[in-house]
Ligand binder design. Structure first.
Ligand code: GDP
Length: 295
């Protein structure tokens, strides 16, 4: 992930550092190259344009320390802007006073919802919480069983959902069961489809209305690039998601989804999935990711 972008930006920065004095032309050329590098990393067109415009304006105004050389100043502006693009600060699940705190996973089929639900359950358990996994995908054969197996592996109880119960009723009952058994964190795994459809959105909205949700995490496969961003935008417009999980980030996806999703949806990336294993889930840190991208 990001390797090509890192190489491309490194080449731009090398040129910038080589100039003793930076002219407007130097900056304009560098910004053209940064824009190309972002587009090649599959960053949304408008996002890449806004990014470069913002860096250019600041670079020409030089809002930074005079202790740095002109080239270093521009590099610092790019870094700061990149951190902003990735979401600014680290955002985490709000464990507010709700009893239980309820998190709904949403996303297309195959994006990694069920796996991420298992990974989150393991992390919450490790941090001393009492999670409860709720399978609410009654359409895909074996979806309930898949979560049951994950729950067993991480030692987290799983709600005994049945495929003949409506998802919204499963969720209502799971909340009641959680209260009875003192489970403090519900993780609802919902159905996904290959494409967005009305029925799916209707079902998710029904759960949202019936259950007091603390978070709606949209799960996206980072390998799908701009598609992930478009789908996130649609889910957000329908449901007001609260955060994003990008899965398959260890692969050779170009990183465009990670770089565009916050700007397009306004919602932060909270976690990244970095493998199929149940420990392969990391909190997303915009500053560390920017540092990684800049090499
Ligand atoms: P769902 O249909 O959204 O519930 O998706 P699943 O959780 O069943 O995941 C679909 C596939 O993606 C499975 O083979 C998972 O093992 C895999 N997967 C999920 N998250 C990651 C990840 O972060 N990295 C990789 N490499 N594979 C993942």
């Amino acid at each position: 992930m990001f390797e090509n972008l890192t190489d491309r930006l490194e080449a731009v920065f090398k040129k910038l550092r080589g100039h003793g004095v930076l002219t407007e032309e130097h900056i304009a050329e560098a910004m053209r190259e940064v824009r190309m590098a972002l587009l090649e990393a599959d960053v949304n067109y408008q996002v890449a344009r806004d990014f470069v415009d913002s860096v250019s304006a600041k670079a020409l105004g030089r809002e930074v320390s005079q202790k740095l050389s002109p080239g270093q100043q521009v590099i610092k502006i790019v870094r700061d802007e990149l951190v902003e693009l990735l979401g600014g600060s680290t955002e985490q699940i709000r464990f507010d006073g709700r009893q239980p705190v309820t998190i709904m996973m949403a996303g297309l089929q195959g994006s990694g919802k069920t796996t991420t639900a298992g990974k989150l359950a393991a992390q919450f358990k490790d941090s001393g919480r009492r999670p409860y996994l709720v399978p609410a995908d009654i359409y895909r054969p074996a979806a309930i069983e898949q979560l049951q197996i994950l729950g067993d592996r991480v030692g987290v109880p799983v709600h005994p959902s049945t495929a003949d119960t409506k998802p919204v009723d499963i969720c209502r009952r799971a909340v009641a069961a959680a209260r009875e058994n003192n489970y403090d964190t519900l993780i609802i795994d919902t159905a996904g489809r290959l494409h967005i459809d009305e029925q799916l959105m209707g079902e998710l909205k029904e759960i949202q209305t019936a259950v007091d949700l603390s978070e709606i995490l949209f799960v996206a496969d980072a390998m799908t690039g701009q598609d992930a961003v478009t789908v996130a935008d649609t889910f957000n417009k329908n449901l007001e998601i609260t955060g994003v999980v990008l899965t398959k980030m260890e692969g050779d996806a170009r990183g465009g989804a990670a770089l565009s999703i916050k700007r397009v949806t306004g919602k932060p990336i909270m976690y990244v999935g970095t493998g199929e294993g149940l420990d392969a889930l990391e909190t997303f840190h915009p500053d560390r990711t920017a540092s990684r991208i800049l090499g």
